[in-house]
Ligand binder design. Structure first.
Ligand code: DAK
Length: 256
């Protein structure tokens, strides 16, 4: 049985589901390889406009596989493969929504932090408990955390490894929305469908500008934004969007 599955519940929306319930969806090397393969496939697939990444209704992912970490040495093969999944998520041009129920801890939360939008349930706990194992976040957890919340919240949670209730995570800017636990999956899907109806090139451009721009000085980032903005004027969807508005009709976007 595959531990990661792909479904296409509605037009232009793909759902990647991690399904390894016996280990709370722990991200073994094999799980990460399967996620990477699907993300790379969807990134190149013109039909897919939005990706939902989830662990299903019980748990998103309780972290890297601790049994594997226990055996890992600095030079082990697994260590050389340590970027598996993270590079695929990092280079994905399409919007990714994390639908998070239960727990997203350690590498599991880092996987959610690689996504563009995080929807969590009201009983969900997130966080980076790695210090309790004698390690620390190794897939961007310290950097994405501090960039989302600032130093004092990042230190508070990273130095204790405490689990963060979803509502608190929302209040400190670490996740996008909190909804009742039972509505996480449907809410994430509805959001994905909404984004999938919008012009894909404009969505991709926004994603690129936000992520790349955040690492640059403001003048450089604004120039970068302006270039992408100008490029969109070459798209059919720009002609369609503006014409549909003036003609008072619904636009039909093609991603061209
Ligand atoms: N790995 C392996 N198995 C896990 C697991 C994990 N992370 N989390 C849970 N399990 C397994 C448990 O061992 C248990 O298995 P059995 O004993 O039934 O065989 C089963 O799932 C159910 O777990 P519990 O009995 O513990 O369930 P509870 O409801 O009582 O507790 C929990 C749920 C999520 C609070 C608890 O399981 C827990 O604290 N899990 C570990 C959380 C954790 O420490 N996560 C961080 C792992 S370190 C890297 C990048 C990233 C990373 C590493 C390297 N590179 C770029 C090199 C990331 C590191 C991590 O994530």
């Amino acid at each position: 049985m595959p531990e990661v599955t792909l479904s296409r519940p509605s037009d232009h929306v793909a759902v990647i589901r991690i399904d390894r319930p016996e280990a709370m969806n722990a991200l073994s090397l094999s799980v990460r390889q399967q996620v990477a393969a699907i993300v790379n496939e969807l990134n190149d697939d013109d039909e897919t406009r939005v990706i939902v990444l989830t662990g299903g209704e019980k748990v998103f992912a309780a972290g890297a596989d601790v049994a594997e970490l226990n055996k890992r040495t600095v030079l082990s093969n697994q260590f050389r493969l340590s970027r598996v999944a993270w590079d695929a998520l990092d280079s994905c041009r399409k919007p990714i929504i994390a639908a998070v129920n239960g727990y997203a801890l350690g590498g599991g939360f880092e996987m959610a932090l690689h996504c563009d939008i995080i929807i969590a349930g009201d009983e969900t706990k997130v966080g980076q408990p790695e210090v309790r194992l004698g390690i620390m976040p190794g897939a961007g957890g310290t950097q994405r955390f501090v960039r989302a919340t600032g130093k004092y919240q990042a230190m508070r949670w990273l130095m204790t490894g405490d689990q963060i209730p979803a509502q608190t995570a929302y209040e400190i800017g670490l996740i996008s929305e909190v909804v009742p636990e039972a509505e996480v999956q449907s809410h994430a899907l509805k959001l994905a469908e909404k984004i999938a109806r919008l012009p894909p090139l404009a969505i991709e451009g926004s994603k690129q500008a936000v992520i790349m721009g955040a690492e640059a000085s403001l003048p450089t980032a604004l120039a970068f934004e302006n270039k992408i903005f100008q490029l969109l004027f070459a798209s059919e969807d720009k002609a369609e969007g503006t014409s549909a508005f003036l003609e008072k009709r619904k636009p039909e976007f093609k991603g061209k």
